[in-house]
Design a protein around this ligand. Structure first.
Ligand SMILES: [Zn+2]
Length: 198
């Protein structure tokens, strides 16, 4: 009894799928050409600017989700607005061409092209990759008025920005290594592989 109902349903469904298929073939003259063009992830919002879609893709996770994804130090710095001790981080003296991403969500934040030696013991840059990848907040903790920096996509605490940086911007983006994940440029990676293979 149940089986025959399922069979009937199946037959009806199959038939209607075939009918729809035939109908769309009959309309024939202009085949849908857009299917292979756009990747499936970007199909929802037609033609917004890159910036607008980056801003709308906010990432929110619970404390325990972040905790399981990050090391204790990364968690403390990015989710609890901590600061790593100067001269202890992975990147304060790091060189190499590439991009520094948010350790939490992977958003591109800083390029090695704008990294400079500040002598502070924290990785320092004079400009972010894009203004709207980094959010600025007024921070009055510890009796100081500073400008705190957050990843604009996931809210990770990054560090602070000061106006004693080098030209052309005069800004010093003082960032915790623990908030960053460095990705070397393709050419650099190949060089590294070649050297390590010898
Ligand atoms: Zn982020």
């Amino acid at each position: 009894m149940t089986n025959s109902i399922i069979l009937t349903t199946w037959a009806v469904l199959t038939f209607s799928v075939m009918t729809v298929g035939c109908n769309s073939q009959n309309q024939g003259a202009t085949p849908p050409a857009d299917e292979s063009v756009s990747p499936p992830t970007t199909s929802s919002q037609p033609h917004e600017s890159e910036e607008a879609s980056a801003m709308s893709d906010k990432i929110e996770k619970t404390e325990s989700e972040w905790q399981s994804q990050l090391t204790p130090e990364q968690f403390h710095v990015t989710r609890e607005k901590g600061t790593e001790p100067a001269f202890t981080g992975k990147y304060w003296d790091h060189k190499g061409d590439g991009v520094y991403r948010c350790v939490c969500c992977g958003l591109e934040l800083f390029s090695s092209d704008t990294k400079y030696k500040s002598g502070t013991g924290w990785p320092s840059f004079w400009q972010p990759v894009a203004k709207d990848h980094v959010e600025e907040n007024r921070d009055t903790s510890y009796g100081m008025v500073r400008t705190e920096l957050e990843c604009s996509r996931c809210g990770a605490h990054l560090g602070h920005v000061f106006d004693d940086g080098p030209q052309p911007t005069g800004q010093r983006y003082c960032i915790n290594s623990a908030s960053l994940d460095f990705e070397a440029k393709e050419s650099e990676k190949k060089d590294a592989e070649r050297t390590s293979g010898e």
